[in-house]
Each structure stands twice: as C-alpha cells, then as structure tokens.
Ligand binder design. Sequence first.
Ligand code: UDX
Length: 447
Amino acid sequence: MRISILGSGYVGLVSGACFADFGHFVTCVDLDEKKIERLKRGEIPIYEPGLDALVADNSAAGRLTFSTDVNAAVADAEVIFIAVGTPSRRGDGHADLAYVASASEMIGRAMKDFTVVVTKSTVPVGTGDEVERIIRKVNPAADFAVVSNPEFLREGAAIEDFKRPDRIVVGLEDERARPVMESVYRPLYLNQGPLMFTGRRTAELIKYSANAFLAMKITFINEIADLCEKVGGDVQAVARGIGLDNRIGSKFLHAGPGYGGSCFPKDTLALLKTGQDYDVPLRLVEATVSVNDNRKRAMGRKVIAACGGSVRDKTIGLLGLTFKPNTDDMRDAPSLAIIQTLLDHGARVRAYDPEGMDAARALIEGIEFGADAYDVAEGADCLVLVTEWNQFRSLDLSRVASLMKTPRLVDLRNIYRTDEVARAGIEYTSVGRRAELSEIETQEAAE
Ligand code: UDX
C-alpha cells in the first residue's frame, strides 16, 4: 500500500518506519525542512531504541522516504495518517487542534481518488467529525473516509509496542475504510493481532480512557505507598498482593515520584475538559491529576526530610532527569518539580542523565551537570535516584558511599534492596517501604 504520514515527530516516525517494515511504501512528511534534511541523511531527531536501524534499513530498501511536499504525498497515497502534535492549549488545558486543522486543510486541497484519512494524533472526542468537515469545506467533491486509529506506544518501547500491540483500535463510520485498514495492519492481523473496529467517537474515547485509567492506577499505588510509610506496610508487597488478582493486574503498580511524560499529564487534562464540556464531571480523573501534581513537589520535601529537615547549602546529586528511562524526553518529568523544590530551599543541585542532559540544559537554570553517577555522588550530602535507567540499577554502592560527603540515598523508584544499601553504610529512604528489610525481600530470601 502507499501510505503518507503527516508529521514526522515521535508517533509519525515510529509508525512510518514500522509500516515500511511491514512492506508498505511510506512517505513521512513534515513542514520542517531541516528535520526532513536530517532524516534523509539518516539522522533521527529523537532517542528511541532501534529506530535508527529501522529507518536506515527501510530507507535503503526504498520503502521509506522523507519529504516536505505535502501535496505530492497526499495525492499519491491510498491512506494518509495525521500524526501532528496536539499539545495542551496554553491557559485552558484543552488539546490544541491547530496542527490537525491545518493538516486536514492541506489533505482536502491535494486529495485525488478515494482516500482514507486516519487520525493517529491523540485527539478529543469529535475531532474525526471536525477533520471530515474541514476536508469537505475545502474540497466539496472529495471522496474520502475519516478513521480514528489511536496509538498506544510507550516511549522507549515504541517499536516493540507497534509490532506486538495488545490491540489495534480502528474507529470508523464509513465501511469502505474497513478493508483498507485491514490491509494496513495485515501483517499483525494475520498473526491474530487483535484488530478491534468501533465507531469513530468510541475509538477516540478509548485512547483517553486507557491513559486516564493507567494514570489513576499509578496514582492509587502512590497514595497507598504514603499510607504504607505511616502504618509500617510495604507497598511492593501490597502491589504484588493485589496485582496477582487478574481483575486488577500487576502492571502500572510501581510506586514512584508520580507520572510524567508527553501523554498522561496532557491526556488526563484534555479528558477532564471534555467531561466539563459535556457536563459530566470526571471526579476520579480530577483527583488523579491533582494528587499527581502535588506528589512531584512532595518528593522534593521527602529529600529535605531525609537530609534532616534542611538542604540549605547542601549538595544534592540527582540521578536521572527524564520522565522515565530510555528516552530523552523531559516533558512533565518529576525531576523538574523536585529540582525546583530543592533550589527553593537553598540546595545546590548536581544532576546526571544518560540521554536527557541536552533537553534539561535548555529547561533548567541554576543547577550543575555531572559526567556520570559517581561524579554526581562526589562530595554530595544526598543522592536522589529519580529515573530508573539501567546504569543506575547496579551502582557500586561502596564506591558511592566512599565518594559522598554524607552517604545517603533517596531511592524514588525502589530499585535497591534495603539490606544491600545498609551493608554499604548508606542511609536509605525509599517509597512506601520500611527502612529495615522489606517484606518482599524477606519472602524472596526465603523462596
Ligand atoms: C504512555 C502509555 O503507556 C502509552 O500507552 C501511551 O500511548 C502514551 O503514554 P509513556 O508516557 O511513554 O506511555 O510511558 P509509560 O511507560 O506509560 O510511563 C508514564 C509515566 O508513568 C512515567 O513517568 C513512569 O515513570 C510512570 N509510571 C509508570 C509509574 O510511576 N509507575 C508505573 O507502574 C508505571
């Protein structure tokens, strides 16, 4: 099939490379000439494991091309994916659909024969109708069907998620689009990949509901972690104990510093706005958003408490800045609020992140950057593990202890065993676990 993708950002690039790898002929389009030039040279503007090789292989095979020529790409394609950004609109939290609207206009103008137009960008309920209206307005004679096909990719695991999805959701109102979408996803479909057809509005709602539910699940376990700390429970054992119930499931129950990233914060807000517009208050989502916002600064206060109540003139070393590992994405990262809280209380902050330092330098003022974890530990009064990158999972704790001014670790991802940290002579604080050997470790040791 001939597929064009408008928007060569994260979603557009990953989808384009994977569709090409399925054997389709894909053109990734972007109006940013510099970006397209770089992509033509094989330079990938984002960090995503495996994406560079996938782009290189499929470009070499002639199945993946990059272009700034929207008209040619649209006229040539049987299926056009809209994968432009939908950021939160400043001021009101609604999803900003300006890019979707301009992409729709361009599609309308350049469209030739029957074309399936697919929204892959995360868009509020009803956007499919809007895309249809815009195309019809600029080109009343156009023959097309608008489909909603939300993506559920996780950054850092996007290619794996694309090729082995839990489900593919396709929302359509025009049956002519069904066989076309079946062909697009045939390689997955043949492997019994769960392709689910729904109405267009339902598909749009599935995306938001999934993200809001996952955000709620994380927030729930984070609150239980706080309770564990007060009553002497162990949140990892609680998570395991409830997660083994199939109705609950074990994933997304890791307590931590709160969720961040490009999706959960933005999508929960947008869903709230939709609820308000339709006079359906979504109270659980509302509570999730506010609990998670408060939590990020609370993690800064946790560090202050671990330092005996004050961080004034103390040096705090931060391990990890991105909102999660295997990405260079700093959007809504908990590290931002934690750093601000520490700076507000007079601390000196030194940070290191394997991939996020360039983005962090552009965002954060008043902190220093280290060369690696040990460099950041040197002379520090406290080390804070914020993002669970692999290289922070097996630190030489004795070396860390010998480098620090005061050997103290605040582990916001519960990576370390309490006994190994204690053996290295490090004062240890984690999330929702007791200072002594945690219950789950005792169980594991007995097994
Ligand atoms: C998410 C969804 O998982 C994906 O389906 C959707 O398409 C986009 O949004 P992503 O934002 O890339 O993906 O990352 P994810 O792995 O879901 O993590 C989101 C945030 O939740 C991170 O800050 C992570 O640290 C946090 N998290 C996740 C937890 O704190 N605990 C968990 O148990 C899981």
